[in-house]
Design a protein around this ligand. Structure first.
Ligand SMILES: [Zn+2]
Length: 385
């Protein structure tokens, strides 16, 4: 384990249990926390939702309980959304407001959040929803799967960030290259009006690997695209983009090496990875239902075809390996290595706005073609959470 004082996710309060119940006319949500935290609330219309804002919380709550409908709350979900904020979102089948939100200190330093909602008239709800709440400094994240929104949700995952720079060649850091690419892709996808886009990070900050997967799963993503740029210390002539899907068995030694390197991100950032490593083995075993794998490869093949039309590809452009970020069993996921920062030619391209625009457009075309032809009717339905 790496000695390092920066241990973001280990310092987050942990939410260990969530209970939702109907008590008379009200619906009550109770959340057990490792310590009390600040809480803010708001409601939003169209679709109707109640939102609970918390600082970063490590949610260790079983997701199963969140899908059942209790009274006028049809479902709820939770997750990390920004560097320092989490949210719990309750979907409302009828207008309701938060009538009580209280953080209680418990014996032993624990915290208990109690939130109560009560039914109100449509007019009262609208008035509450229109009141500008203390807006967070950052734009609110795309809500997960609002009802009646048929747009596909794409999660873009720029690798590394914050105290983990990724590959560093000369003064260029992988984390900056992939963030610029990710933001460019988000802009293009959103401009089409066909997708909602969520970023695992949209600034220079560290996000643990497991958290990236969790963000996509919690949001009910239809597609997860992780962006990286490789580097080889001893082979400056190796060039080109590669598209990876997750697999226990690596296509070749180079893929295995790369996955091992990328999987080091948490350790690089000073997280205690002992537990995560154990759980990787378990996750890889049932890595994805066969269906998810099929869609991951389908999208990966699309990507290779479209990218190949406009950027230089590696000589073996489609490969697989055991990447930690490609382990969501229910979200088709791929990882793109844009090129080799160790190749002077690739490095120049990776830093060029023109190249980026071209490559981003190619990825967008691949996303379009994937959803036009590949997405099964049933996938969207099974994604509702
Ligand atoms: Zn990387």
């Amino acid at each position: 384990m790496v000695a390092n004082s920066a241990k973001p996710s280990n310092e987050f309060p942990v939410a260990t249990d969530a209970k939702i119940e109907q008590v008379g006319d009200i619906v009550r949500l109770t959340l057990a926390l490792s310590r009390p935290v600040e809480v803010g609330t708001s409601v939003m219309a169209a679709p109707d939702r109640a939102i609970i804002e918390l600082p970063s919380v490590n949610f260790q709550v079983q997701p199963g309980a969140t899908r059942k409908s209790v009274g006028f709350v049809s479902a709820f979900r939770f997750g990390l959304f920004t560097a320092d904020k989490s949210r719990i979102i309750l979907d409302l089948s009828q207008p309701a407001i938060i009538s009580r939100a209280e953080m209680r200190s418990q014996r032993g330093g624990f915290g208990e959040l109690v939130v109560e909602l009560k039914r109100v008239s449509r007019a009262e709800f609208q008035a509450a929803a229109n009141t500008p709440s203390r807006q967070p400094a950052e734009p609110p994240p795309a809500p997960a799967k609002p009802h009646g929104d048929s747009r596909q949700l794409v999660v873009i995952d720029p690798g590394h960030g914050g105290i983990d720079p990724g590959a560093v060649v000369a003064a260029v850091e992988e984390k900056a290259v992939v963030l610029a690419f990710g933001l460019g892709l988000k802009e293009q996808l959103e401009a089409s009006g066909r997708y909602r886009v969520m970023m695992t990070r949209d600034e220079d900050r560290f996000v643990p690997l497991g958290e990236r997967v969790r963000i996509a799963r919690t949001a009910g993503a239809d597609l997860f695209i992780s962006i990286h740029a490789d580097s080889l210390t001893r082979a400056q002539d190796v060039r080109g983009a590669t598209v990876y899907t997750g697999s226990e068995r690596a296509t070749d030694a180079e893929s295995a090496r790369l996955a091992a390197k990328e999987n080091q991100a948490d350790a690089v950032a000073g997280l205690d990875v002992a537990e995560e490593v154990q759980d990787v083995a378990g996750i890889l075993m049932d890595l994805a239902k066969r269906e998810t794998r099929t869609f991951s490869s389908l999208f990966a093949r699309n990507l290779v075809a479209k990218l190949g039309g406009s950027v230089k590809m590696h000589k073996v452009p489609l490969r697989s390996a055991g990447f930690r970020v490609l382990t969501a069993p229910d979200v088709p996921s791929v990882l793109i290595e844009l090129g080799y920062m160790s190749s002077p030619k690739d490095a120049e391209l990776l830093n060029s706005a023109e190249w980026r625009a071209q490559a981003v457009a190619a990825v967008r075309t691949a996303v379009d073609s994937y959803f036009e032809r590949g997405q099964p009717v049933g996938k969207a339905a099974s994604n509702q959470r």
